[in-house]
Design a protein around this ligand. Structure first.
Ligand SMILES: [Zn+2]
Ligand SMILES: [Zn+2]
Length: 154
């Protein structure tokens, strides 16, 4: 299905959700907006269905990292159901790649900036090192980090 056709159908089928072109894919719960990467061509359909799934499942920003991974898995499961409706194919490979990227992003942000030990999450956006007891803040705009090109930004 063509990009614009899919965007039009998603807009019609999800009247409460705004869909906007942007620099990357992410779901913004505060404004009920799905943002899509204007430059994506190869996996546009799969990624926009994934973001729309976060929207349909009413995913919020304020979860623990374990909760975040759970939401990622749930969003892909929902995206597969949507894919059937719009005759789009979502390969297991793209799901696994996206989840692996997300896992390594979660892992990286749990590493202490001072001593590189593994920290524990003590708040939605704060980690504490179990070795040197440093605390550090992590971004809480978690939905903008699902894809590979965003991974080095944290
Ligand atoms: Zn996601
Ligand atoms: Zn440390």
């Amino acid at each position: 299905m063509l990009k614009n056709t899919l965007i039009n159908r998603l807009t019609k089928d999800n009247p409460a959700i705004s869909i906007r072109g942007d620099e990357r894919f992410y779901w913004q719960p505060e404004t009920l907006t799905v943002h899509y990467d204007l430059s994506e061509t190869e996996h546009f359909n799969e990624y926009i269905l994934h973001e729309m799934s976060h929207a349909q499942l009413s995913h919020q920003n304020s979860y623990s990292d374990i909760g975040l991974l759970r939401m990622e898995v749930d969003a892909w499961e929902n995206a597969k159901v949507l894919a059937l409706r719009y005759s789009i194919e979502i390969s297991d490979e793209i799901v696994q790649n996206s989840l692996n990227t997300y896992r390594s992003w979660l892992y990286k942000r749990s590493l202490c900036p001072k001593c590189k030990s593994n920290g524990i999450q003590i708040h939605a956006d704060i980690y504490c090192c179990t070795d040197c007891y440093s605390e550090w803040q992590v971004g809480n705009n978690v939905f903008s980090r699902c894809y590979r090109k965003n991974i080095d930004k944290n």
